[in-house]
Every structure is written in structure tokens, then in C-alpha cells.
Design a protein. Sequence first.
Length: 156
Amino acid sequence: MRTNRAAALAALLSMLCLDAGAAGGSIERGRYLAKIGGCNDCHTPGYGLSGGQVPEAQWLVGDQIGWNGPWGTTYPSNLRLYFQKVSESEWLKAAREKQLRPPMPWFALRDMSDEDLVSLHRFIRTLGPAGEPAPAYLPPGVEPQGPAIRFPQPPS
């Protein structure tokens, strides 16, 4: 009888694992995508200047450095706070439909597979909440008070 129970339990566990894999998305894949996808370049203070040598515990907390151009001034959002508030399905919808202001490459998110987007979501959620919200967007003509990277006006 115990053998049958053990076999049934093993079969059930294997089905659950297969179902979890079918849903796609892994934390390790999300970590990899955050590294190679450039997420840290803007959303992790000091990442680029340190050659990527920022401890993972400090990743993706947003930044106070603004990106200023014809669109106004945007700030890299705190992804760790954002992802604590959105479900996987809400994230997939946002990644597919939202058109964000420069320099965020929203079109790269739109073109990612569902599995990769879910992986990013799962990885960033495992980091837990940290940091403060980024400064609010400033419309064109409003000067940023802190540091900002300025983009030139496009040629006419």
C-alpha cells in the first residue's frame, strides 16, 4: 500500500512540476535578462559606471538622474516597488500595450516572449521591495532640479 501511495505522490509531484514549467518563466532566466537587457543600466544607480559591479541586493531601485529631451524629463522607475504591485498578467498586458516615454525601450518589452516577460517579473519580485519611488515625470519646459542627462533636439 505504501508503495502505491509513494508512486501516486511521485506522479502528482511530477505533474505539478510539469505544469509549473509549462507556465514558463524562471527566476534565473529573469536575472539573466535583467543583466543583458540593460535594465540595470538605467534602473540601478552606479551600474554602468562600476562596470556592472553593483551587488544584486541594490539592483533595480530606480534612480534620481533624469533623462531630459523633447518629451520632458523622465526618471528610471523603481522596478522593485512596481513589481510588488502588479500580477504576472497585469505585467504582460502593460509590457504589450504601454508606450513609455524615452529613453525606455518599451518596444523591446513588447517584442519579448511571454516566457521572458514572466521570468523578469518573477526575478524582480524575488528581490523584494527596496528604495524609494523615482521622482515624478516633468513635462517639456520644466527644468529638472537635480542631475539630468540631456538629449539634443532632433534635427528639423
